[in-house]
Write a protein that binds this ligand. Structure first.
Ligand code: HSE
Length: 444
């Protein structure tokens, strides 16, 4: 028998307990051994969570789990940085394996936690930290181990995807869509992490460290949220054949040549989270609402896509229990540490590229006074910085007032885009700060 202790009886803790109890038989039939939920600790053990637990399981004292010699695996589900980190480190030092969904903690302090786990010969399961119920950690660490990963593109924040979907489908503005997400309980009370790309960046740090054998690099990820996107941008993007999605992107650039062409792993990796225009006919453009999806291209496998629920009690519980079973199987075979954690394998030595150095296609929304000669002034600055225009949209007339001037540009360097925008925003014909959105996908 393998004994489990859960710290944190909130949404995911409740889902995990429901699965461990409700599916105990089927899991035992599949694994050949029993997994016993011995204890759950939470500050509130009175609230009804709609689950019947055997007597004595609930406690308000996390130490009863951390110091119990019979408990093999500690599941940390309180979230946040403290005391979560203290509990995790104590469990590790007491030679207990740990399972956690704590993406913010792992992304920012994971290098230390994984090093401590290695030192104490215990495992950290973190499948539930990225994309809820989608087993994406297993995909990268095991399913795609044969591949050089060329690119990862993820919709890995359900709240912002819900907001963008709502703005697209109903033509409403960001603030109204956010209110709706809060009303439905998708967004956090303080939704900054969701809408400013921080939550996506936490998850991207974890995915990229596995895909590219680099240390967790949250601070080096470029982060830009969705707060400046208007329903007009969504409409213009639609006219140009695109959807706007908040993407978490990791890609090797220059792309290391595929295996078939004698490629060697090298170069740099781009790590960025920002609103992105994606061709409407791409599968990832069709991922709507609170759903998550991750596209991965590997040099051997080619294109792959993983889709599912990125949050919620039962989907996230599904990933937690999957980690518990993996660790339990390893314990039974005396083979813990079989699959290395983050930072345990030799780094591939890829450098993280500065956002200024990236290249992409770009959508610009200039706010220009509707006067003769404006377009030539704007295009003149773009041309001077080697930015070539693919299409232009200008609609509506506001005599003397500002109107949006939309420009889609061919592939350009971010450094040149930044310089052009700084110059254009100073032109007397420009009324407001320019917005630009990076465009991914085939070059038109
Ligand atoms: N706030 C996250 C989201 C929850 O909206 O996707 C899951 O990590």
């Amino acid at each position: 028998m393998i004994n489990i202790g859960i710290i944190g009886f909130g949404t995911v803790g409740t889902g995990t307990a429901k699965i461990l109890i409700g599916n105990r038989d089927i899991i035992s039939r599949r694994t050949g051994f029993d997994i016993n939920l011995k204890r759950i600790a939470d500050v509130d053990i009175k609230r009804d969570r709609g689950i019947k637990l055997p007597k004595g399981v609930l406690t308000t004292d996390a130490e009863k789990i951390l110091n119990d010699p019979e408990i093999d695996i500690v599941v940390e589900l309180i979230g946040g940085k403290r005391p979560a980190k203290d509990f995790i480190l104590k469990a590790i030092r007491n030679k207990k394996h740990v399972v956690t969904a704590n993406k913010a903690l792992l992304a920012t302090e994971g290098n230390e936690i994984f090093a401590e786990a290695k030192k104490n010969s215990v495992e950290i399961g973190f499948e539930a930290s990225v994309a809820g119920g989608i087993p994406i950690i297993k995909v990268i660490r095991e399913g795609l181990i044969a591949n050089r990963i060329m690119a990862v593109y993820g919709i890995i924040n359900g709240t912002s995807n819900y907001i963008l979907t709502k703005m697209t489908d109903e033509g409403i503005e960001f603030s109204d869509a956010l209110k709706e997400a809060q009303r439905l309980g998708y967004a956090e009370a303080d939704p900054t992490f969701d809408i400013e790309g921080i939550d996506s960046a936490h998850k991207l740090a974890i995915l990229a460290s596995l895909a590219y054998n680099i240390p967790l690099s949250f601070n080096k990820i470029y982060k830009e949220g969705i707060t400046r996107i208007t329903s007009q941008d969504i409409e213009f993007a639609g006219e140009l054949g695109y959807k706007i999605k908040l993407l978490a992107i990791a890609k090797a650039t220059p792309p290391s040549p595929p295996l078939s062409r004698g490629g060697v792993w090298g170069g740099e990796v781009e790590l960025r989270v920002h609103p992105t225009m994606v061709p409407k006919d791409y599968l990832i453009s069709k991922v709507d609402g609170v759903f998550n999806a991750i596209y991965i291209n590997g040099d051997a496998v080619g294109d792959t896509l993983y889709y599912g629920r990125g949050a919620g009690d039962m989907p996230t519980g599904s990933s937690i229990v999957s980690d518990i079973v993996d660790i339990a199987r390893n314990i039974k075979k005396g083979a813990t540490g079989r699959i290395p954690g983050i930072g345990s394998v030799k780094s591939a030595g890829l450098k993280i590229k500065n956002i200024q150095e990236i290249e992409a296609m770009y959508y610009f929304r200039f706010s220009a006074f509707d006067k003769p000669g404006v377009l030539s002034k704007v295009s003149g600055v773009l041309g001077k910085h080697n930015i070539s225009i693919a299409s232009v949209i200008q609609k509506g007339r506001k005599v003397g007032g500002a109107v949006p001037l939309i420009v889609l540009a061919h592939r350009a360097k971010e450094r040149d885009v930044v310089k052009s925008v700084a110059e254009i925003d100073k032109l007397p014909v420009v009324a407001d700060k320019t917005l630009y959105i990076r465009v991914e996908g085939r070059e038109e």
